[in-house]
Design a protein around this ligand. Structure first.
Ligand code: UD1
Ligand code: MG
Length: 452
């Protein structure tokens, strides 16, 4: 049986923020949420978060995780004190307890699994995650024998100069035999330079304790300030992009691309420079996205071309050609093989298959059939200052250039509207609608001043 406890009670002073540190976002998810997701693959029986600073806010942000139990640490007297708060909650628990820092968001589930496996295989009292790093400043130093059995952890500020030379550090991630930890937790004392109760002291009381070195020390990076948050974002990004490239996605200049880990991309898609894929987005295989595009919470079909455009909360059918400079937002559905071109805005609209809106147009609250052509510079007048109104355009219709379609409006099937028309009343099927002033020619006419 495994329980997980996440230490998330600290304020995070160095973030210089009103927001508790663990709620800061890293690639669209809070730090604590990332920690929680990282350990969910272990399928723990219990998940507990120790909260303190702005506990109500941390709890409110974690409502999507109904199985998460909250334990309050009203005064933050150190990491050992934080773990002591678990005592009344885990009285009857019999198994292993994984303790994670809420500010270490890049740990891979495989690392946690390996830590747990080492712990269980050797039946250790505790197993701690360590790394050998070039700049160990600030971390607790870990001293052990040649067989990875721990002798002692000493906090950086409590080390002698000689001890500080040790480059093996404590990642702040531990696996404990709960029954054994339970017995030593009450013995912790705060007679150290910070006058705090250290969880590392509990480790020093236990035996046998082993260390497990993480292969990639970037995983154990703790976030204490915004510089580190930005560095963690870069690490996360390179991880996500490396995975997609390994899965068959081409990236041109990956350093200029950002992709959330909630995005799915098909094989042989190409992501061009300066492109950002966010939220619940899928990109179909063979599609070419970018350069210079933002796609958020949208479904892009296969073999789509999307260049210098913004697509938000919408879907684009297979083989569509979008941009440059299209803005598609609010539940737009673009059908297959559509063309949405230069300086076109679509809002809350649907386009049937093979429909074109190629230049300089705005369609809002419109339902457009298949094989429709919307002439350049066409605008739906969907807003009367108070309400939004619908426009419907039937299949095979051709809207002339520079039309103004005043909604609510229904244009039938196979309709042609003349260029420059302002269409204010419904148009039946299969006809030509002309709604513009007649052109008048006055032969020989001159301006008055010219006649004098
Ligand atoms: C801790 C370890 C150190 C390790 C380092 C790794 C101790 C004594 N030291 O040091 O060996 O190298 O992590 O990053 O444990 N927290 C609470 N309640 C508290 C205090 C802290 O919940 O009363 C939480 C914080 O929110 C944070 C985590 O515990 O998520 C770690 O606390 P922090 O003060 O950052 O410990 P470090 O000094 O970094
Ligand atoms: Mg820390």
């Amino acid at each position: 049986m495994v329980a997980v406890a996440i230490l998330a009670a600290g304020k995070g002073t160095r973030m210089r923020s009103d927001l508790p540190k663990v709620l800061h976002l890293l690639g669209g998810r809070s730090l604590v949420e990332r920690v929680l997701i990282g350990c969910s693959e272990l399928k723990p029986e219990r998940q507990l978060a120790i909260v303190g600073y702005q506990a109500h806010r941390v709890k409110a942000a974690m409502l999507d995780y109904p199985n998460l139990e909250f334990v309050e640490q009203t005064e933050q007297l150190g990491t050992g004190h934080a773990v002591q708060q678990l005592l009344p909650h885990l009285v009857d628990f019999d198994g292993d307890l994984l303790v994670l820092n809420g500010d270490v968001p890049l740990l891979r589930p495989e690392t946690l699994k390996a830590l747990l496996a080492t712990h269980q295989q050797h039946q250790n009292a505790a197993t701690i995650l360590t790394a050998q790093i070039t700049n160990p400043q600030g971390y607790g130093r870990v001293f052990c024998d040649g067989n990875n059995f721990l002798n002692k952890i000493i906090e950086d500020r409590d080390c002698t100069d000689a001890q500080r030379q040790n480059r093996r550090v404590n990642a702040g991630i531990y696996c404990f035999n709960w029954r054994k930890l339970q017995a030593v937790l009450p013995k912790l004392q705060s007679n150290n330079s910070q006058q705090e109760y250290y969880i590392t002291d509990a480790v020093n009381f236990l035996d046998p304790v082993m260390v497990y070195d993480v292969a990639d020390d970037r995983e154990i990076m703790g976030i204490n300030d915004r510089r580190q948050l930005a560095t963690a974002y870069q690490i996360l990004q390179s991880r996500i992009k490396d995975d997609w490239m390994a899965a068959g996605v081409t990236m041109i200049d990956p350093d200029s691309i950002t992709i959330d880990d909630t995005v799915e991309i098909g094989v042989d898609a190409t992501i061009e420079p300066q492109t950002h894929l966010r939220g619940n987005t899928t990109i179909g295989s063979g599609s070419r996205i970018g350069p210079g595009s933002l796609v958020e919470n949208s479904q892009i079909g296969t073999n789509v071309t999307l260049m210098y455009s913004v697509v938000l909360d919408s879907s684009i059918g297979n083989n569509a050609n979008i941009g440059p400079f299209a803005h598609i937002r609010q539940q737009v559905q673009v059908g297959e093989s559509c063309r949405v071109g230069n300086f076109v805005e679509l809002k809350k609209s649907a386009l049937g298959d093979n429909t074109n809106v190629a230049h300089l147009s705005y369609l809002g609250d419109a339902t457009v059939g298949k094989q429709v052509n919307i002439g350049a510079g066409t605008i739906t007048v969907n807003y009367d200052g108070k309400h939004k109104h619908q426009t419907t355009i039937g299949n095979f219709s051709r809207i002339g250039s520079h039309n103004t379609l005043v909604a609510p409006l229904t244009i039938g099937v196979q309709v042609t509207t003349a260029a420059g028309s302002t269409i204010v009343t419904n148009v039946p099927d299969d006809c030509l609608a002309i709604a513009r002033a007649h052109q008048t020619i006055k032969p020989g006419w001159r301006p008055k001043w010219h006649q004098d």
